[in-house]
Design a protein around this ligand. Structure first.
Ligand SMILES: [Mg+2]
Length: 362
């Protein structure tokens, strides 16, 4: 079996719930889907969702890289994923989201070839995971109203965006805790928005609201500052923007900068690198979360397979597919009831894609 071509398709998406975070530059984009075609007739689907402030490339650059790989990787065995990653890295050390799309499609092909769902291909046993639900920055009253709504929809873990202004952040979390009661887990994400001093003072004040974790409180490159925050607060510190690659994970954990790593397929270049990050973290005694960018159910299905397959991945933040309207032509992968995502017992990603890759819809 050989790769014959790699096609891209931009598909319009309709946001149902715009997300505001402490980092600028989060704009709504069409979904960039990928289909890897093979000489055996089987195809694999993937998705790239770059977010330039974090992944370093925009949609246009991502699409161009994937299209260049159609020629570069033609003739390669799609099962030789190590070799393909090295070939992609030789062309460009960055472009992680583009690599993630191709990587996900290759694992889809592998699963179909092995007649195994992706989570089993990755060595997993259980087929379901509980995801949190994210609440973006807003007026505290609007945030607490959403919190109550999501708890009503069956979510027991809420991820709340903070990081613009500690006073507003504290008021939002106070109102959310009052709205949802004591049993709901609250995890915060400051997206690098605080200084070290603000982070320590704010998280100490947050002790009154029983918050479990704080994600990326300060600048991603400030490993010394992250360690200082971590040693002065009671909550667990999760690293997101600080860790894109396996090398980042090794550096950050050697610096004592975090208690948990948030793995995102779009930051690291796909499942192959995600497995390496998880291995680095597990060796250091650090659990991981699988998170997401503004992805559709195509790459969310891949992230969910990773989350359920690996015992060291103890947290799941896969909710972006719920912030866009369902896309006609993209079905399957998993079912979701409340907070529980259950993967389908179908080969590969288990997706049912009915889209014309020979014709752009955007
Ligand atoms: Mg984050």
């Amino acid at each position: 079996m050989r790769i014959t071509s790699i096609q891209t398709l931009l598909v319009a998406t309709q946001p149902t719930r715009p997300l505001r975070i402490a980092l600028p530059g989060l704009t709504h984009n069409p979904a960039l889907l990928v289909r890897v075609n093979t000489s055996a007739g089987s195809v694999g689907f993937g998705e790239a969702c770059p977010f330039e402030p974090v992944t370093g490339n925009n949609l246009q650059q991502t699409r161009q890289f994937i299209q260049a790989m159609s020629t570069q990787l033609a003739g390669e065995d799609p099962l030789c994923i190590e070799r393909i990653h090295r070939a992609m890295d030789a062309c460009d050390p960055g472009n992680a989201a583009a690599k993630a799309a191709i990587d996900i499609a290759l694992y889809d092909i592998m699963g179909k070839h092995a007649k195994l769902p992706l989570y089993k291909l990755l060595g997993g046993n259980e087929n379901s995971t509980k995801s949190d639900m994210t609440i973006g920055l807003d007026e505290p009253g609007c945030m607490s109203q959403k919190a109550r709504q999501y708890v009503g929809e069956g979510f027991s873990i809420l991820k709340i965006k903070v990081g613009l202004n500690p006073t507003d952040d504290l008021e939002a979390i106070r109102q959310i805790r009052a709205a949802v009661g004591p049993k709901v887990s609250l995890r915060l994400d400051a997206n690098q928005g605080w200084s070290v001093e603000q982070a320590i003072a704010t998280m100490r004040a947050m002790e009154a609201f029983a918050v479990d974790e704080i994600e990326q409180p300060v600048a991603n490159g400030d490993l010394v500052g992250l360690k200082a925050v971590r040693t002065h607060i009671k909550q667990a510190l999760m690293l997101d923007e600080s860790v894109c690659t396996p090398q980042d994970a090794a550096r950050a954990l050697a610096a004592g900068a975090g208690d948990i790593i948030n793995i995102k397929l779009m930051k690291c270049g796909g499942l192959y690198r995600a497995l390496q990050i998880n291995a680095v973290a597990e060796a250091a005694g650090v659990p991981c979360m699988v998170g997401c960018m503004s992805e559709t159910r195509v790459s969310i299905a891949a992230g969910a397979a990773l989350a359920v397959a690996l015992g060291n991945i103890c947290y799941t933040d896969l909710d972006s597919h719920r912030a866009i309207a369902q896309i006609p032509g993209i079905k399957g992968g998993f079912e979701q009831h409340g907070e529980t995502i259950t993967l389908l017992e179908k080969p590969g990603l288990g997706l049912d894609i009915d889209l014309d890759f020979d014709k752009e819809t955007v």
